[in-house]
Design a protein around this ligand. Structure first.
Ligand code: ADP
Ligand code: ADP
Length: 238
């Protein structure tokens, strides 16, 4: 499904590379937990997968195609297949839940369609259905910034589900949540993984969570992969 070949990312002006010669192969159906300290390169690695960060060198092969130079419409298509959720939810504040699910932050066209009131009825129904799947349909007309963190992350997941993603990337999606809400969101991701066969690659900084949910753990330190194996193979010294 996904091959990362010799990917290096060096940000402009920074001395060291954030990730160095990373090689990874990910199969459909895996639930990958990425572990590493703050600054290890987890976020850079995950953002190189959907080209939110462009690698400095190397290739990212998505379903047989190198996407490191793909742009425009073709890139949008790739980002449709690869949904992403973030630590800070990345929602449009001061706007209601339903609009957030319909629009997404990057789609200006969709936003203007909504503003002039021409969202097709079937799209609206699809969005309400996505909200039902994440258990917050009753909050559809509330402003997102009035919701709790866990509820906001559900809105973000509903928005991603609208795309029918084959892969979901999570950049520390539970890092801002309390322990109980964390388990609820992780359980929900696990359910999507099992019932809807969505492949998951999730950055976590918590070893216990990775062991509980992931089918495979990638450890990253100083921009390089230092562990790649099953949760039960993980020892304390990575
Ligand atoms: P995290 O550890 O959760 O990845 P950070 O605080 O490191 O969060 O980064 C938050 C944001 O700031 C990210 O979007 C990241 O790309 C950006 N960032 C991190 N380090 C730097 C840096 N040295 N210069 C510029 N931007 C940075
Ligand atoms: P993590 O997600 O594991 O916290 P990041 O990928 O955010 O790690 O960061 C890896 C390294 O790259 C860190 O040294 C960070 O400061 C740096 N970095 C991240 N984003 C940027 C950016 N936009 N510009 C410059 N440096 C960055």
């Amino acid at each position: 499904m996904l091959k990362i070949i010799n990917v290096t990312k060096k940000y402009p002006k920074s001395e060291a590379a954030a990730i160095k010669n990373v090689n990874l192969q990910i199969k459909t159906g895996e639930f990958i937990g990425i572990l590493g300290r703050s600054g290890a390169g987890k976020s850079t690695l995950i953002r190189c997968i959907n080209q939110l960060v462009r690698p400095t060198s190397g290739e990212v092969i998505w379903n047989g195609k190198n996407i490191t130079e793909v742009e425009g419409r073709e890139l949008l298509k790739v980002r449709c297949d690869i949904g992403m959720i973030f630590q800070n939810y990345n929602l449009i504040n001061r706007v209601d839940v339903l609009t957030n699910v319909l629009v997404g932050k990057s789609s200006k066209i969709a936003f203007w369609r909504h503003v002039i009131g021409v969202f097709p009825k079937d799209k609206i129904n699809q969005a309400l259905e996505a909200l039902e799947r994440v258990g917050i349909k009753h909050l559809a007309y509330r402003r997102v910034d009035e919701l709790s963190g866990g509820q906001q992350q559900r809105v973000a997941i509903a928005r991603v589900l609208m795309q029918n993603p084959k892969l979901i990337l999570g950049d520390e999606p539970v890092a801002s949540l309390d322990p109980i809400t964390t388990i609820m969101i992780m359980d929900f991701l696990k359910e999507l993984h099992e019932k809807e066969k969505i492949t998951m690659i999730i950055n976590l900084h918590n070893v216990e969570l990775a062991k509980k949910y992931a089918t495979r753990i990638i450890g990253i330190n100083d921009g390089q992969i230092v562990f790649d194996g099953l949760p039960e193979q993980l020892t304390d010294d990575i």
